[in-house]
Design a protein around this ligand. Sequence first.
Ligand code: SF4
Length: 334
Amino acid sequence: MIFINWDQIDSIIKDEKPSSVLIVGPDGLITALLKIQEHLESMGIEAYISGDPSYGSCDLQIEKAFNVHADLIFNVGHRIGLERIGNVRFIETEYVFNDETLKRLIELLLDYLASNKIEGKAGLYTLSNYYSTYIKIREMLKDRIELAPVGKYETLLQGQVLGCNFYSAFTGSASYNILLGESLFHAIGLRLSTERRTLMMDPHAIEITDVEDEAAKALRSSFARIGLAMRAERMGLIIGEKEGQVNIKKAEFIDRELRRLGVRTVRIVMNEITPEKVNKFERIEAFVEVACPRIPMNVEGFRMPLLSYPEALALIKLKRGMKVENPFRGAVWF
Ligand code: SF4
């Protein structure tokens, strides 16, 4: 079940009195977006739903709101530690689970830890859509296993991770990680960034999954793409246009370093980075995108190797003859 914080929405409407609102969110929450649209219309507020998915708190769609003259943007499903950025309001939307489900999940976790002899302090982290459940699970687990302290990145919630930010897992002295939520990508990211064994604790399927094999596969495929890019004489450098993904300084740095190493570069600006758009550049042998590290890992169909920013740094090191074991080691990937 999905919980939408209607009190938060009503209080924003009461305080800010917008005439129109643009509602944005991921594809998986379309039903929630429609419910919010109906709610706003019933209050006499003009509501627009973005037909383009928002992939994170980095994807605010400010220009779209400007185009339709929306006073506010409701970003649904990407809660962070801030309530607002400019005219964007982050609306609390969460999956909720009954106590019975959480108890079963905890017993399953404890069995898994015992039968696999996993010991030491657990680092327990989550994604924003599970935050209330996360608080409950911490409370339920605290007397049953040893929990390591968790960190808080400046703009995020304590214990929250993003697909490009694992800072929360770099405080304390955890021996292994548990990610509460249903996202293999985030769990793999946590494994690769911390280099600690990582279990995904999925309250939807009521399952515990060790992501070791998937993480090893992601690392192999990353090195395969980097290996192919080593041969490229001309590379495309893709700069994302989404508000939190522009990263122009990083693009300039990679561009400069590649040129120093004798690679010709072409700068390309793109909003959503898709295989259809990238594959049009037929004469470019490899690409680096500095927008979002999940694109090369998660999206299939790129004809030529596409590297994220940490992979581009690894490519530069390898070209200089340095050793690289894991391009993703470290708290943040941007
Ligand atoms: S992983 Fe990508 S989509 Fe997620 S917050 Fe980072 S840049 Fe945005």
